[in-house]
Design a protein around this ligand. Structure first.
Ligand code: URA
Length: 311
């Protein structure tokens, strides 16, 4: 769990989650025995003023590039919990970059040791967590890693990733300025995975539900201005309901109190482009409309050229 130094952000995150569950009408929250015993250890830990061990030490998977930007508008929460990424008391002080890295590292470690997604038996074992800037105002969320992502242990590094990079660039941003994650942190298997080769499949609702607490914990740490759900599957997983992408695109959504914009998955853009120039242009135009909305929500400047891109 959190080190002595990480206790405050962990409690902040816990309070945030409990607050939200209460808002949803939940009066009790099931607690894993391990989490309960860790919570019970807290008072003693707070008294351990001497031995302050850096529990969340090295910088692991999320390797966000330092990009300076104003502090986030909303007060962030922090470090996630044990088996069930949890959290707590609303902090008025926004988390700094180092604290966010620490908290993201803690989530990454929890994914690595979490039994729930593995218990399904339908996912490969390599964790593909996230990349990007811990201070990002825009978070892109895809569905699940594919073969290339699994190999490099980074999301969106294959052809879909290159398309996503182009979209980010058109917004006037570098990949390092945003945060890129997936709902499912493991590549989904086809059959028992032995003869899968480089083929991929979208994750199931069950697989997404097994990893959603980690995404929630990531968002609690980042508290971005906007989340972009890439494709129908990601939108369904994030919003926990079914629907067509067309319907998701035309509605306002929130995840943990943060605006969600749903748009087409970059792979869909690639498919449309190879179908015909016309189809490709149509899909690109729709994605660009969505990105203008994202830029608006993120408070990014939009040039005339960007506004008129498709007129
Ligand atoms: N598609 C996704 O949804 N995520 C990735 O990381 C790669 C492709």
């Amino acid at each position: 769990m959190a080190s002595h130094q990480g206790i405050a952000p962990a409690l902040t995150a816990l309070a945030g989650i409990l607050e939200r569950e209460k808002g949803r009408g939940l009066e009790t929250v099931p607690l894993a025995p391990e989490s309960e015993s860790r919570l019970r250890e807290l008072p003693a830990r707070l008294l351990e003023r001497k031995a302050v061990r850096p529990v969340i030490a090295a910088t692991p998977e999320p390797e966000p590039a330092p990009v300076s930007k104003p502090p986030p508008a909303s007060p962030p929460a922090a470090t996630p919990p044990a088996t069930t990424p949890s959290a707590a008391p609303p902090s008025t002080t926004p988390l700094g970059e180092a604290e966010r890295r620490q908290a993201l590292n803690a989530i990454f470690k929890q994914v690595k040791s979490s039994p729930e997604p593995r218990a399904l038996g339908t996912l490969f074992d390599t964790v593909v967590f996230a990349v990007g800037n811990p201070m990002a105002e825009i978070v892109f969320v895809g569905e699940a890693p594919g073969a290339e992502e699994e190999k490099l242990k980074k999301p969106f590094v294959g052809p879909a990733g290159q398309k996503l990079d182009q979209i980010i660039q058109a917004m006037g941003l570098a990949r390092e300025a945003v945060y890129i994650s997936n709902i499912v942190k493991f590549r989904p298997k086809m059959g028992d995975g032995r003869f899968q080769g480089s083929r991929n499949r979208p994750p199931t609702q069950e697989e997404m539900a097994s990893c959603l607490p980690f995404v929630r914990a990531e968002i609690e740490v980042l508290r971005p201005r906007v989340i972009v759900a890439l494709g129908r599957t990601a939108a369904e997983g994030l919003l926990e309901r079914g629907g067509s992408l067309a319907s998701f695109r035309h509605q306002d959504h929130e995840f943990s109190g943060i605006s969600v914009v749903a748009t087409y998955h970059p792979s869909y853009l690639l498919r449309q482009e190879s179908a015909s120039a016309e189809e490709g242009k149509h899909a690109k135009r729709q994605v660009w409309e969505d990105m203008l909305r994202v830029m608006d929500l993120a408070g990014l400047p939009i040039s005339d050229k960007q506004r008129r891109y498709f007129l």
